[in-house]
Design a protein around this ligand. Structure first.
Ligand code: CP
Length: 324
């Protein structure tokens, strides 16, 4: 079975018009959500509550931890008036059922789309090849996290005033554990499709030169890059993905959090080197005092909370597209 064209599995290779279409629709939803303010009882954006029993439903299949992505997909679906049914790790996969069989079982119950987070890279692609409904990748291993890439792009474009989603002449740094990061791969793709130059920065074992194959520039010297970028995205060091009996080396050549911070943390002093108007992003989860200082995370340049808010709007646009 071929993948449904309304699936969203990765940003890499997507046509610019498709990306801009989703971002433009997400911006409309963001306006709608801002209009609701704190009104949790606001009117759904599309079908009324009377459609809830007969209209489409989506299923969220999260086989890895998530706070932001899982909840924002659920909120996005509800805002669209679409019930979201949650299938957690306590599903049949814990009894030995394959991911594909679980997905086909849920599809057979009549859901209209599957939203999947799973540990193996390529899991969403694999499921999409075996079901007829659209599959939305909510993060697969070290591969991609396309809705995160879209929400990063939307937030960044709005913050620096690129209303047409054109990032020509703009430079973005992605700093930290890029090699383990699906967020980074989607950000490289998303920012790149919109025209930005992306430079990935970190120690050699977290940012190997081979990453340039993704279409970014690689640097191991944050201080030489920072003053010349319009935005910086800080990443957590995902030590749980590094494997091996000892994770001590995960921090860098010197093997300590102190050495990692000395080279690659966005400290207050480093943030002061950034040019006027340059912004700070972080996809979360964030380790304050490790890759980023609290004063920077909560400071005037920070878009971190706005990224989370944009996530709901982006996921509304992606679910709407999936449901046709
Ligand atoms: N950014 C992100 O994917 O966060 P969660 O793991 O909390 O979903």
């Amino acid at each position: 079975m071929s993948e449904c064209t309304r699936s969203l599995l990765q940003l890499r290779g997507m046509h610019r018009d498709d990306v801009v279409g989703l971002l433009a629709r997400a911006r409309e939803f963001a306006g709608f959500l801002r209009g609701l303010g704190g009104n949790a009882g606001g009117t759904p954006a599309t079908s009324g509550s009377s459609g809830a029993e007969t209209g489409p439903m989506v299923a969220t299949m999260f086989f890895e931890d998530s706070t932001r992505t899982r909840l924002s997909f659920e909120i996005a679906a509800r805002r669209l008036g679409v019930p979201a049914l949650d299938i957690g790790p306590s599903s049949s996969t814990s009894k030995g059922e394959s991911l594909i069989d679980t997905a086909k079982t849920i599809e057979a119950m009549g859901v209209a789309a599957l939203i999947v987070r799973a540990r193996p890279s390529g899991a969403a692609h694999l499921i999409a090849r075996h079901v007829g409904v659209p599959v939305i990748n909510a993060g697969d291993g070290k591969h991609e996290h396309p809705t995160q890439g879209l929400l990063d792009s939307l937030t960044f474009c709005e913050a620096i005033g690129r209303d047409g989603f054109d990032l020509q002449g703009v430079r973005v740094a992605i700093v930290g554990d890029v090699v383990s990061s699906r967020v980074a791969r989607s950000a490289i793709a998303g920012f790149g499709i919109l025209g930005a130059e992306v430079v990935c920065v970190g120690p050699v074992h977290l940012v190997p030169r081979s990453l340039e194959g993704l279409g970014c520039v690689v640097s191991h010297d944050l201080d030489s890059v920072l003053a010349d970028v319009d935005g910086v995205m800080m990443l957590r060091v995902q030590r749980e993905r590094h494997g091996g009996p000892s994770k001590a080396g995960s921090w860098g050549a010197a093997g300590s959090v102190g050495a990692y911070r000395a080279g690659y943390a966005l400290t207050v002093e480093r943030a002061a080197q950034m040019k006027d108007g340059a912004v700070v992003m972080h996809p979360g989860p964030m380790n304050r005092g490790v890759e980023i200082d609290s004063e920077v995370a909560d400071g005037a340049r920070s878009l971190i909370t706005r990224q989370v808010s944009s996530g709901v709007a982006v996921r509304m646009a992606v679910i709407e597209r999936a449901l046709g």
